[in-house]
Design a protein around this ligand. Structure first.
Ligand code: SF4
Length: 333
């Protein structure tokens, strides 16, 4: 079985956009690949805003993932900093990575503009750490959206350079191009995201879902109940496609002939989302009530990941001619 590696920033409770995109994709990969899923808490430290809630964000995100269907028996799920060998490999990779490769990364330039007060080394070295994340576990396949392809290409270049300088250790990770559905937020303009406060959490109660859905923007042409609508440009209709698939044709034609009002349409959507996510909410509540469950899952994941990591670091040191501690005695002899 080929090995998939994927890392995710800890973003706390997950929203519908995460669920329909990343989470469902990760669940589907579990049966086909040997999957390693990592919560990249060290990467989160390159920006300052998430530090206050970092621990809680990791807990809530992992709880959502497990309740949604990530199976810790099938996949390794762990926190990046729990396997310290990644820092070691990051340092060693930094010796084979030309600075010019890192300075040309577009996301680095964007981050410099976004946080000129905090242009830390971690921002420049981000792709090196990302490469270490993948290579430490000899990840062969990395699910990415098209926008992340340049990062993966850089990871491949770093790995290739290491292999050519010191000898083969790492497979070059291949992109598994994944087209995540674009889920617009409740504002109908931006992608659903916590940064834009336009999201619905998957753990939200039916009442909270209803309240959030009722705030959503719809077709701006429907100012009165009697106006005919354009479902194709309406965000509520887009969500119906995922949560009310059996009735989308009917909703579209009722919208066009003004047979249904937006309030009614939104209530219907809120009910569909609530009922679709009900099994998730139930499982989440059960897992949350188990004392230490998340801690144990993450500890088991870290142990399994670390066993792979230790072996990789041993190979790397061997190739780089670094002296292992136990070898010192033999040299003296
Ligand atoms: Fe959108 Fe539904 Fe209103 Fe049509 S009726 S504009 S699909 S919310």
């Amino acid at each position: 079985m080929k090995r998939v590696f994927s890392g995710f920033r800890p973003t706390g409770k997950q929203h519908i956009g995460n669920y329909l995109g990343t989470i469902q994709n990760c669940i589907s990969l579990q049966d086909e690949y040997d999957c390693i899923y990592c919560v990249v808490d060290i990467h989160a430290l390159t920006t300052l805003e998430s530090i206050e809630s970092l621990r809680e964000d990791i807990y809530e995100m992992v709880l959502d993932w497990l309740a949604a269907g990530i199976d810790p028996q099938k996949s390794i799920l762990f926190v990046q900093s729990h396997v310290p060998q990644v820092m070691e490999l990051h340092t060693l990779f930094s010796m084979v990575t030309p600075l010019s490769w890192l300075l040309r990364v577009p996301t680095f330039k964007e981050k410099v503009k976004m946080q000129p007060h905090n242009v830390n080394y971690g921002l420049v070295g981000y792709p090196v750490l990302m490469t270490a994340d993948i290579a430490l576990y000899k990840g062969e396949i990395v699910p990415v959206g098209e926008d992340q392809l340049p990062h993966l290409e850089l990871a491949r270049e770093i790995v290739r350079r290491f292999n050519s300088l010191y000898g083969f250790v790492f497979p070059e990770p291949q992109a598994k191009l994944t087209s995540f559905p674009l889920i617009l937020g409740l504002d109908g303009i931006q992608k659903m995201s916590k940064s834009y406060n336009n999201y619905i959490e998957i753990a939200a109660s039916p009442q909270e879902i209803l309240e959030r859905v009722m705030t959503a923007f719809t077709d701006p042409a429907r100012r009165y109940r009697s106006d005919s609508g354009h479902p194709d440009i309406c965000n509520i209709f887009c969500l119906h496609k995922f949560f009310t698939p059996a009735r989308v044709d009917e909703i579209a034609s009722e919208c066009r002939r003004a047979g249904i009002g937006c309030v009614e349409c939104k209530k219907m959507l809120a009910e569909s989302i609530s009922s679709t996510l009900e099994p998730f909410r139930e499982k989440r509540a059960i897992l949350a009530s188990k004392p230490n469950y998340i801690t144990e899952v993450l500890a088991d994941g870290a142990n399994r990941a670390e066993a792979i990591a230790k072996e990789t670091i041993r190979e790397v040191k061997e190739k780089m001619r670094l002296l292992q501690r136990v070898q010192l005695e033999h040299i003296r002899d």
